[in-house]
Design a protein around this ligand. Structure first.
Ligand code: ASP
Ligand code: MG
Length: 463
């Protein structure tokens, strides 16, 4: 929903789609709006008075300008602006409250960061109406019932199903296209929540599953899921079809196309999800399904992330000691750091794990505290953090049971003199991940891409 042009393009896509089927639209905020709201929230908590009024005014002006472009009917435009004004004025009130308390709770953060979607939904609905399609904005707070983890809420599916059916289906029967705010929801007692950053995809699949949709299309600014990040591998190729499991692994390991939880609601129901480019709607995109397409060599795609840190707990006294890993993970969990990869050598001399770099210093602190005695007694000799690393993940559901996948991967790296720091493969075998030095990330991805000839369409995939 970048800007007015994007909204118009999106409106055309919706109108085309309604010629074939009933459509429920889920929108995210206009470009950059959520980031600015989150930033203002943090600055207000730090006591900064600046952002609240200026942001409220800027958001009002920008959305008014979009309304001027998108809505030609003057009275509809006026009505829309009254609504937009009401929502943007909450920005200053909320920031003011946060600043007075000098505290940003997950609840106030959720309410502030929801403003973008609450503005874009009525804007989109009015744009559709202006183009001649009957449409109504619907707040997801009426539909997506969630738990009370305010800024990382989980939908409660049974309730969502009930609400979505009673609220959305009657609109569809009257041929009114609902435009729902992405990203947000509400607890059973009506307090606003968000599903986490980038959560609009998750909103869409949640509502798709709740209404038994035939398919879900995520319109974004890329062609779909590629075999690798084209900035790392220029010859990366679009994947026409992949499985839920492959897409989830890729999302988790940094292919920024999908919110990691997006596929959970639809995987069970087997509803296909498309990723398509709203700037090039004629292109086919990637289809995500239960089985994906079988591919000749098993490896489908490679992702890499470098904003991660390797934390190692080691020492000779750890050999044969019981409970070291348990203590380590309890410490990591106590600071709510997400562990991306774990590895332990069988000599037990050390255990290493990887967390996002943003969580590294907190994690280190928690570990030093948890192992204070062991460090004193030299059972644990060191706890180190290395930020100069990257994780590379080789993903493919059909790697499962295919011998030689890991061998070929590591030979390709060895041939190019790339040093591997740690390795992990889950027993699902959908993913072999390893750690390299940050500067070797690009050549590692390129080497594996070449080894498995991912630039060529696999035998089973035509076009
Ligand atoms: N606007 C929200 C965010 O930026 C949700 C989304 O874009 O999917 O995180
Ligand atoms: Mg966004």
């Amino acid at each position: 929903m970048g800007d007015a042009d994007c909204i118009r393009r999106a409106a055309r896509i919706v109108i085309d789609a309604t010629k074939e089927a009933s459509v429920i639209v889920v929108v995210s905020a206009m470009g950059g709006v959520t980031n600015r709201l989150v930033d203002a929230a943090h600055r207000s908590a730090a006591g900064d008075e600046g952002p609240s009024h200026s942001l409220a005014n800027a958001l009002r002006d920008e959305h008014f300008a979009a309304a001027d472009t998108l809505v030609s009917d003057l009275s509809a435009r006026q009505e829309l602006k009254v609504q937009l004004e009401k929502i943007t004025s909450q920005v200053s009130d909320l920031c003011h409250g946060v600043r007075l308390l000098r505290e940003l709770t997950p609840k106030s953060l959720a309410t502030l960061s929801s403003i973008g979607e609450r503005l874009s939904a009525p804007l989109m609905a009015s744009a559709l109406t202006d183009e001649g399609l009957k449409s109504a904005a619907v707040s997801a707070t009426e539909l997506i019932v969630t738990d009370d983890q305010f800024d990382q809420a989980e939908p409660l599916m049974a309730q969502v199903r009930e609400r979505a059916k009673s609220r959305l289906l009657p609109l569809l029967e009257k041929e009114i296209t609902p435009v729902v705010t992405g990203f947000i929801g509400a607890t059973l007692d009506g307090a606003l929540t968000t599903l986490g950053r980038g959560g609009s995809d998750y909103s869409a699949t949640t509502l798709g599953a709740a209404t038994n949709a035939d398919e879900i299309v995520i319109w974004t600014d890329v062609d779909g899921v590629l075999t690798a990040d084209p900035r790392l591998v220029p010859e990366a190729r679009l994947l026409h079809e992949i499985s839920y499991k492959e897409a989830a692994e890729l999302a988790y390991f940094g292919a920024k196309v999908l919110h990691p939880k997006t596929l959970r609601p639809v995987a069970e129901a087997g509803i296909p999800v498309w990723i398509r480019n709203s700037f090039a709607p004629e292109r086919a995109g990637t289809r995500i399904t239960q089985t994906g397409r079988t591919s000749a060599n098993g490896v489908r795609a490679i992702t890499a992330i470098s904003n991660v840190s390797l934390i190692t707990v080691g020492g000779r006294g750890m050999v044969g000691a019981v409970g070291v890993a348990a203590k380590m993970f309890a410490a990591v969990a106590s600071v709510r750091a997400n562990v991306l990869l774990i590895s332990q050598s069988s000599s037990e001399n050390d255990i290493c794990l990887i967390v996002e770099s943003a969580d590294a210093s907190q994690t280190l602190k928690a570990l030093k505290k948890a192992f204070a005695r062991d460090l004193d007694h030299h059972d644990v000799e060191y706890i180190t953090v290395n930020d100069e690393i990257a994780i590379v993940a080789v993903v493919g559901e059909k790697m499962h049971g295919t011998p030689g996948m890991a061998g070929r991967t590591f030979s390709a790296l060895g041939d190019r003199g790339i040093n591997i720091i740690a390795i992990a493969q889950g027993s699902s075998e959908y993913n072999v991940s390893f750690v390299v030095e940050k500067h070797a990330m690009r050549s590692a991805v390129a080497a594996i891409h070449e080894e498995f000839k991912l630039h060529l369409p696999p035998a089973t995939e035509s076009s």
